[in-house]
Each structure stands twice: as C-alpha cells, then as structure tokens.
Design a binder for this molecule. Structure first.
Ligand code: SAH
Length: 344
C-alpha cells in the first residue's frame, strides 16, 4: 500500500487507478450514487484546529429552519438523488438533538414516492454524540452515519485537536454507531502536515478493522486563520495525487464499500471530482445548501460552489459523472453491498 501511495508500484498511477476501477466494477457497479449535501448549521462547540467553522472563528452563525431543511430534502428527491446527507457543526444540547430528530421524521414522511417507499435515504454527519442520541436518530429514520476519524494516528490526531477532543472517544463513537446498526462511514484528511504514506496506509487498515461501509476523504486544505503549525507541507498537486491514490488503494483493499469523490478534490482541480471517480470512487455529493448560507460554511479556503445555488449544483454534479463516462443511479438509496443486512 505504501508503494501505491508513493506512486512507486509497478505500472504507476495508471495501473493503480485501472485496478481500482476494475475492483469497483467487479464488487459493485459503475453507477454513481448521488447524495444531496445539506450543510444545515455552522454552529459548533468544537475547536478542531484545521476547521474553518471551529467555535473560535468569527463567522456569522446560522441554522436553517425545519421547513428549509425539509424543502431541501424534497429538492433532493425531485432531483432523483434518492439520498441526502445532513451535515453541521457539532452540538450535543437537547434542543439540537430534538430538532434533528423532528427533521428526520418529517423528511422520511414527506419524501416518500413509489420509487422510494421509505422516503429518502439519510446520512447524518453531525459529530460525536451519546449512544442514546445515536439510537434516537436511527429510530427517527437516519440509516447511515458519517464520522471521519480524521487520522487513525493518535499522535497526529492530538496535534489537530485540543486535548479534550480525545482520539479514543472518536473511535468509541465509531464502534457505537456500527453496533447500533448504522451503515458506518468514516475517512481522513489527506496531506496533513507531517502525515506520512505509512500513516495513510494504516488509515486504510483502520477503515477495514472498524468495518466501515462508506468512506469520505479528501485533501487537507488550509482554512482561513489556519494556525502556523498546520500549514500544508505538500503542494496542492501532490495532495491531489495522494488523495486519488488513497481512493484507489481504499477501493482495492475494501472492495464493496461506497467511496465519495468529495468537494475538496474540486477545490484543488476543476475536474478533481471526476478524477476521484476515475480512481475508484462511486459517490458524489452535490451541495444543496441555500446559496445565502454557503459562504458561512467554509471548512477550508477556496471551497468550490460557494457562489452557486441548489439548482446549479443539482444539475452540474450528475453532469460531471456523465462527462466522466459514468452512469448515475437515480431514485435509489444506493447502499454499499458491504452494508447488506442493515435496514433497507
Ligand atoms: N461536525 C461534523 C462535520 C464536520 S465537517 C463532524 O464532526 O463530523 C466534515 C469534514 O470536513 C470533517 O470531518 C473534516 O474531515 C473535513 N474538513 C474540515 N476542515 C477541513 C480542512 N481544513 N481541509 C479539508 N477538510 C476539512
């Protein structure tokens, strides 16, 4: 795996990406799954040092209303996406927990169609919560949860987060989610300062050991107000290539999981997401956040699509898949085969 990540394996990157595509076709299929990504609030109690919406950053804070969230869900359904991801900063207060629960129940109720008899598939991406909260949201209809481990290296994790955000608690949250019956998503940032190919290879082993069903990862990008010790130490093209190699190595190693080609790839290259698909990814996440709030949800500088609106992203993202020669799976949840046996 280290040779793959360094680009020194025989045949180089072309052979690596071709092998990843062959694995995808053999273990799943070539169709790209769409998940509308709704960034519904940037309120956050965490202080992840790399993140542009960490609590100490003086950005205008917003939370969408329940009706705005349900309308975005309906827009995803009408676009034929079949699934959506609800992402926000991290809050654990009861007002937030109940709010998310109410939104989930309404989305499930209000997005049913003959093709989606159980409504949209919903992925939550709202951070570390108690087991009770996770169970409540599962009961309310979320069936997937995305919580990136960020890095599986405890020392690197400690450099990225304040002391009270503990690595062991992050890992425990992941095992709790899996045990509760969620389809589990995790992932890492690629090209963090000081991060080695050996650490990235161990990240892939971590994904396997935690039994992840879905992987979301992308290049590390500098956030506004980035602390000096977190300035990237690899150039952007190196981070892009390393990210594509990570996608390919993860595809080959894990086989039947869903892997996202993330927005961050497009921050580095205008066709970064297409390149992610060509390296073995099979999920795209068109942003459906209302345009007036996009500029307040910049996890990193140079985030693409900030000046665009939902209608544009809903049309543009599937077109990217098709331009990359890949069919789209419409009007279906598009669960990973790895997750079969979970709720349908
Ligand atoms: N609060 C949620 C959502 C976090 S944002 C949670 O904790 O899960 C989603 C992801 O964006 C993070 O998991 C992180 O991997 C990524 N991210 C944040 N800042 C970033 C940066 N500067 N560069 C690249 N990715 C970043």
């Amino acid at each position: 795996m280290v040779a793959w990540l360094r680009g020194t394996a025989s045949g180089g990157d072309a052979a690596l990406f071709a092998a990843a595509r062959a694995t995808l076709e053999r273990r799943i299929d070539r169709r790209v799954r769409m998940r509308g990504l709704l960034e519904f609030s940037n309120l956050c109690t965490c202080e992840c040092r790399y993140c542009g919406i960490r609590s100490s950053v003086p950005v205008a804070r917003f939370t969408l209303s329940e009706n705005e969230i349900v309308s975005a869900a309906v827009a995803c359904r009408d676009a034929g996406f079949g699934s959506m991801t609800l992402q926000s900063g991290e809050r654990r207060d009861s007002v937030f927990v109940e709010f998310v629960e109410r939104c989930l129940r309404r989305i499930k109720r209000e997005t049913k169609t003959s093709e989606l008899p159980n409504g949209l598939g919903i992925t939550l991406c709202v951070g570390e919560q108690t087991s009770d909260t996770y169970a409540r949201w599962l009961d309310a209809g979320a069936h997937r949860y995305l919580l990136r481990v960020e890095t599986s290296d405890a020392d690197l994790f400690a450099r990225l987060h304040p002391r009270h955000q503990r690595f062991d608690r992050r890992v425990r949250a992941l095992t709790t989610l899996k045990a509760l019956g969620y389809q589990l998503g995790t992932g890492v940032m690629i090209g963090l300062p000081g991060q080695t190919e050996e650490q990235l290879a161990r990240d892939i082993q971590f994904f396997r050991d935690i039994n992840a069903d879905m992987i979301g990862m992308g290049p590390y990008l500098e956030a506004p107000g980035c602390p000096a010790d977190l300035r990237p130490d690899r150039g952007v093209s190196e981070r892009l290539l390393l990210s594509l190699r990570m996608i390919a190595a993860t595809r080959i190693t894990l086989g039947d999981v869903n892997i996202a080609s993330t927005t961050a790839l497009q921050a580095i290259s205008p066709t970064g997401r297409e390149a992610g698909l060509a390296a073995g990814a099979n999920v795209l996440m068109p942003i459906v956040t209302p345009s007036d709030h996009r500029s307040a949800y910049q996890l990193y500088a140079g985030k693409p699509c900030v000046d665009e609106d939902t209608a544009t992203c809903v049309a543009c993202t599937p077109a990217r898949a098709m331009r990359a020669g890949r069919p789209v799976l419409w009007n279906a949840w598009g669960d990973a085969p790895h997750a079969k046996g979970g709720p349908k």
